[in-house]
Every structure is written in structure tokens, then in C-alpha cells.
Design a protein around this ligand. Structure first.
Ligand code: ADP
Ligand code: PHD
Length: 471
């Protein structure tokens, strides 16, 4: 199918976190609209950091509903409501009718949620579907405020609420790539072909999943929505606007010399998100192999940022190695009772972690030990240990970090892993586990968390001098 002239612009919560930032976003939309057709996807407002944003507050309100009283969750909701009305009041100052009508819609949305929370308190049960309904409010509210603002600024827009996009799906096993591509994408195509507005605004929340949107898609779900929308309209590209200019060669807060990579492949992006990069939702890579996704900064929109997409000749020789640290990891070690790690043992161990929904980051085996690196904030690790007690003696080593080097250029560098480990050893950094996938675009190892900054800097220096020498 031929690519359309549409660009999907997705704005993350922090980029629309205040009236000032919304003005910036509006200007950007106006400028882009001169050259392309646009569809806007917007995430719930995050004042500064995502952990203090609307979605995080709604998650807190949901969790506290059954532990504390609904009145406590109402306080959280009052704060959210007030914040949206304050922003609206700053944005629409010259059209009282529109301002009042929009304020009414915000209040209606929040009142509906209050009624819903009261009902949940009475039935004392929160299902994934109800928790999704609560979360959807964040994206609805930002949509209500921003479409009113766009209208007031003369942009022909319409709010498209995707809360009800998924219907009659009660079984999680039905949610797979096929479901996204064959069910959701055609539904979205139909919605857009019926939409008359010049610049539609779509809620980043895409509907209730049997296990809940956070379990199925994860935080940053609006990136995924933007990818589906892009497939539905065959867009030229998806632009994901953030506070940061793109994907850097290393964390710019730790490595001063780090720079924004112009291009990475979807495979590299998948590895990076797996090893802790939060810049893009991981599922986008699964459905968007042939799409162009560009991470850009709201503060510097003329900068092309980082493109993730098919590797054309233009990008073949572009450097794209990233050194990444995933902190707050632990090593879970099982010293097997039978004296060796049999394949039945591995099955039991992996099945048990899977049963409790725990993601494993790195695995290594020796004759008697099975070592697994995983995030230290997982619930239910003690339940796993109880189930595995017949397999062997479990010991846990906390305060670890995973250092990963990701890049397609690693494939051609014989002896590269050896040089990384030598550089770490020269800096007195102990390596607890090592892993290299068959794809050879990723080398990872587990180190003590306290050495993370030193490890990042010394491996970065090694890689970037090595890559420079190759050129
Ligand atoms: N290689 C990397 N590229 C970009 N950001 C990185 C990288 N490694 C670590 N980070 C950190 O990830 C964070 C980016 O956060 P993100 O959630 O993408 O942005 P936003 O807050 O705009 O949503 C930054 O704080 C940055 O320091
Ligand atoms: N609001 C959701 C979805 C999202 O995509 O957020 P953001 O664009 O701010 O990463 C979240 O906080 O997870």
C-alpha cells in the first residue's frame, strides 16, 4: 500500500504538562500542519516527571481504593480535576463560552469517575477492566482540554476517544499481533475514513484489555496507540515527542560526550527497551517493523532526533551503538540439589517465574547453578522460592545492575566482548554474569550497582574509540 501524506504526532505526558508546554505543542502542530496532514495522539498530563503524572496518580487512586476509603481516592481525583481546569483557564482567556463548556466536560468526566469509584468501593473488587476505565480518564481529560484549545486557535479538530475500541474480548490468549493488525488496525482505518476534521486528536488510551492495559501493553501505551494509528492510515512516519532529543549513545546524564543517534534499527530498539531504555514502549517494535518512528524533542523540533525503521542505504553505515545500564537488579541463584542443572529443572524454574508473571532479564547456567538476573521490584519472589524449594538452595544477591552494549556493528567485531570485560577488570569492576544473544547485536553483563557510572564511562570510551578507529 502506498504511504499517505499523514504524519502521526504523539505527545508524551511531560510535553503537555502545563499551559506553557501546551502552547509550545500547539505552535509545533501549526507549523507542521503547513506541510503534512496530521493526526495527534496525546498522553495524560505529567507535570514534571511521569511518576507524578496523571496516570501515576490514577494508578495510586486505584490501588488505595480498597485499602483506604474512596474519599482518599477522591482527593487524588480533585487534584487532577483542578490541574486540568487551571491549565484550561490559562489557555482559553478570550472565549468564555468555550471555556465554560470545556470546564463542564472536565467536571462531568471527573464526576463519572467519582461515581464509578464509589461503586467499586461497595462491591470491593477491582477487575482489570475497571482499572482500565479509571486509567482512561487521564487521556480523556487531556484530550478535552487540548481539542478545546486547538479549536479556539482556529484548528479544525475533533476528539476521537478510543476507550471503546476493544469490544467483546474476554480472553487474553486472543490478544496477539494478529489481533492488533487484523482487528484493531481495520477498526481504526474506518474511524479515520469517517473523520471529517483536518487535525483529529486521538486519546493515547486504546481500550480495556482482559488483563488490563498496563499488564498487556505497559506504561507508555500511547506510543503503541500511535503505531497502530500510523498503520491504519499508512502514515509517512510517527513522531514521538518527548523532553529528550532522541536515543543517545549512552545516558547523557552520565556520559557528557554522549550524542543523539540519528538512526537505529527496530531490532536494536527492541534490545534497548528490554534492557531498560524507557524512551519508547517495547510493543511498538513488534508491530512496527516497517514503520518509521522518530523520537524527537519538543524543545528542539527542527532537530531530526532518532529514526527507528527499516535500514535503507542512507543509514547502512550510520553508527548506532548504545551503552546502557539497567539498575535495581538482583541475581537469583539456584544451587541444584541433584548436582546438575537438568532440562526438567530449567522447565520447572521458568514455568514458575512465568506463573507469577516475572520477567527474566538474563540467565546463565553452570553444572550446578542456575543464575537469573531480574528486576528487584518484582512482587511474589518469595512465592517463587517456596515453589522451587525442592529443586535446590536459593540465594539472592541484591544491588546489581546490568550493563548492555547494543548495536549491529558488534557482529563484525571479533574479540569485542573480551575487550569490554578487560576494560571492566582494569577498573576493578567485578562481573557476576555474562550473556551474548545469538543475534550478536547485544552483549550484557551483571555488575555491582555501585560501579554502574564507572562501568558505563569506561565501556563507552572503549567503544567509541574502537568504532572511530574502524572508520
Ligand atoms: N541511551 C539513552 N538515550 C536516551 N535517554 C536515556 C538513555 N539512557 C538513559 N536515558 C535516560 O532516560 C530518560 C528519558 O526518559 P523518557 O521517559 O524517555 O523521557 P520523557 O521524560 O520525556 O518521557 C532520561 O532521563 C535519560 O537520562
Ligand atoms: N499516560 C500513560 C501513557 C503514555 O504513553 O505516557 P507517556 O507518553 O507520558 O510516556 C503512561 O503514563 O504510561
Amino acid at each position: 500500500m502506498e504511504t499517505s501524506n499523514i504524519i502521526v504526532q504523539k505527545f508524551s505526558g511531560v510535553t503537555v504538562g502545563s499551559a506553557k508546554r501546551m502552547r509550545k505543542v500547539l505552535q509545533l502542530i501549526k507549523n507542521s500542519n503547513n506541510n503534512s496532514d496530521l493526526i495527534i495522539v496525546m498522553s495524560a498530563i505529567s507535570p514534571k516527571k511521569k511518576i507524578h503524572g496523571t496516570t501515576s496518580k490514577l494508578i495510586q487512586a486505584t490501588k488505595e481504593l480498597l485499602v483506604k476509603k474512596a474519599t482518599h481516592s477522591f482527593e487524588i481525583l480533585n487534584e487532577i480535576e483542578e490541574n486540568h481546569i487551571n491549565i484550561l483557564n490559562k489557555l482559553i482567556t478570550d472565549n468564555e463560552e468555550l471555556r465554560l463548556e470545556t470546564e463542564k466536560r472536565i467536571k462531568e468526566e471527573c464526576n463519572a469517575l467519582r461515581e464509578f469509584l464509589k461503586a467499586l468501593e461497595i462491591i470491593k473488587e477491582i477487575t482489570p477492566k475497571s482499572s482500565d476505565t479509571i486509567l482512561s480518564t487521564g487521556e480523556k481529560l487531556v484530550g478535552i482540554v487540548f481539542t478545546a484549545y486547538m479549536k479556539n486557535e482556529g484548528i479544525d479538530t475533533e476528539l476521537i476517544d478510543l476507550e471503546k475500541l476493544i469490544t467483546d474480548v474476554y480472553d487474553d490468549s486472543l490478544i496477539d499481533t494478529n489481533f492488533y493488525l487484523k482487528t484493531l488496525v481495520p477498526k481504526l482505518s474506518e474511524i479515520f475514513s469517517n473523520c471529517k476534521a483536518k487535525v483529529p486528536l486521538v486519546t493515547g488510551f486504546i481500550g480495556s484489555f482482559p488483563l488490563g492495559i498496563l499488564e498487556t501493553i505497559g506504561r507508555g501505551y500511547s506510543d503503541f496507540t500511535a503505531s497502530l494509528v500510523s498503520l491504519a492510515v499508512n502514515a509517512k512516519e510517527v513522531q514521538i515527542y518527548k523532553n529528550i532529543s532522541g536515543i543517545y549513545s549512552a545516558d547523557p546524564l552520565v556520559v557528557e560526550k554522549a550524542y543523539v543517534l540519528p538512526y537505529i534499527t527496530p531490532e536494536e530498539a527492541s534490545e534497548l527497551v528490554f534492557y531498560g531504555l524507557k524512551t519508547i514502549n517495547p510493543l511498538c517494535m513488534d508491530i512496527a517493523r516497517n514503520q518509521k518512528i522518530r523520537i524527537k524533542s519538543i524543545n528542539n523540533p527542527d532537530n531530526p532526533g532518532t529514526l527507528i525503521g527499516p535500514c535503507s542505504d542512507e543509514y547502512k553505515n550510520v553508527k548506532s551503538t548504545v551503552v546502557l545500564i539497567k539498575k535495581d537488579v538482583l541475581i537469583y541463584n539456584i544451587n541444584c540439589r541433584k548436582g546438575s542443572v537438568a532440562h526438567g529443572t530449567m522447565k520447572k524454574v521458568f514455568d514458575t517465574f512465568n506463573k507469577f508473571g516475572i520477567q527474566l532479564d538474563l540467565v546463565s547456567t553452570s553444572q550446578m547453578n542456575l543464575s537469573i538476573a531480574l528486576s528487584n521490584d518484582v512482587d511474589k519472589l518469595d512465592l517463587v522460592t517456596t515453589e522451587l524449594k525442592n529443586i535446590g538452595k536459593v540465594s539472592i544477591r541484591p544491588h546489581m545492575a546490568i550493563l548492555s552494549v547494543v548495536g549491529r556493528s558488534l557482529k563484525s567485531q571479533v574479540g569485542f566482548a573480551g575487550r569490554i570485560f578487560t576494560a571492566l577488570a582494569d577498573n576493578n569492576i567485578n562481573i557476576h554474569m555474562i550473556s551474548q544473544g545469538q543475534s550478536e547485536i547485544n552483549i550484557s553483563c551483571v555488575i555491582n550497582q555501585e560501579s554502574k557510572a564507572l562501568a558505563l564511562k569506561c565501556v563507552y570510551d572503549l567503544i567509541y574509540t574502537d568504532e572511530e578507529k574502524k572508520e
